[in-house]
Design a protein around this ligand. Structure first.
Ligand code: ATP
Length: 254
């Protein structure tokens, strides 16, 4: 469970990225976060794993405060939170296998991680994860030889071997064409349904949010202005909250 308690983020320049957010995301939910550019979507998502330090309030993950966690606890909490980025964040010159197995690093001491000491079980997890995302045959390919969609699948596989029960996806389809976008969204949905992983995803496309989410959270100026099911997020409701601009946003164009 992810719980936001009176969370505010004030950037150094005084801009408030989030304003007094109170929110609970339950295990197994598929939550899309929508809103116009600058609404606070990335700030919200990156606060969950403390890539972004919040200024006030508390964020609690499965009963433990990530906000107040010391270094050791932070590492333990983060191990359970996978992250998928718009630009994949792979080591391009490394093989698919190496990139995916790096999802296990949180389970090892620094010494073992530096020398890349992984177990047979870790390699088996990599094979299983690549099978799930349809890339079993790419195990030894260099990551930069893959298409954008395939690279995004590698990053999904990395969160699978991490065995993270929470997946944060920050505009994961913003650089992809519509067909690849559908495939990636379906992969995420499948993982959500089959493994019961919680997915929190930032999207520019309202249509995608409606198609795939169990819940949509709408932000405006750092505040939650909509929180409901996909069916409740009608054009009329969203236009009332945001104006027509929210419906015009397309992938990658804010
Ligand atoms: N590092 C920063 N320093 C100062 N202000 C920032 C910083 N990062 C974000 N902001 C501001 O915080 C607000 C929320 O930004 P955020 O990136 O979370 O929005 P977003 O909804 O993800 O936007 P987009 O859809 O364009 O990615 C914006 O006003 C933005 O300008």
């Amino acid at each position: 469970m992810i719980h936001f308690e009176n969370v505010t983020k004030t950037y150094n320049n005084g801009v408030k990225g989030l304003k007094n957010i109170n929110l609970t995301i339950n295990d197994g939910e598929f939550v899309s976060v929508i809103g116009l550019s600058g609404a606070g979507k990335s700030t919200l998502l990156r606060s969950i794993n403390r890539l972004n330090e919040i200024s006030e309030g508390n964020i609690i993950i499965d009963g433990a405060s990530i906000t107040k966690a010391n270094k050791k606890d932070l590492r333990r909490i983060r191990r359970n939170i996978g992250m998928i980025f718009q630009h994949f964040n792979l080591v391009k010159k490394s093989s698919v296998q190496k990139n995916v197995i790096s999802g296990r690093l949180g389970y090892y001491s620094t010494f073992k991680s530096i020398f890349g000491i992984f177990s047979k079980d870790d390699y088996a997890l990599v094979d299983d994860a690549l099978g799930r995302v349809g890339l079993a045959d790419k195990l030894h390919s260099r990551s930069d030889e893959l298409s954008g969609g395939q690279q995004q699948r590698v990053s999904i596989a990395r969160t699978l071997v991490q065995q993270a029960s929470i997946i944060l996806a920050d505009e994961p389809v913003a650089s992809l064409d519509p067909i690849t976008t559908q495939k990636i969204m379906k992969d995420l949905k499948k993982i959500n349904q089959e493994l019961n992983h919680t997915v929190v995803i930032n999207l520019h496309s309202v249509d995608l949010a409606r198609e795939f989410s169990s819940r949509i959270i709408g932000l405006r100026d750092g505040e939650v202005v909509f929180d409901g099911t996909a069916a409740e997020a009608t054009d009329e409701v969203l236009t009332n909250i945001y104006g027509a601009d929210i419906l015009k946003q397309t992938e990658g164009v804010a």
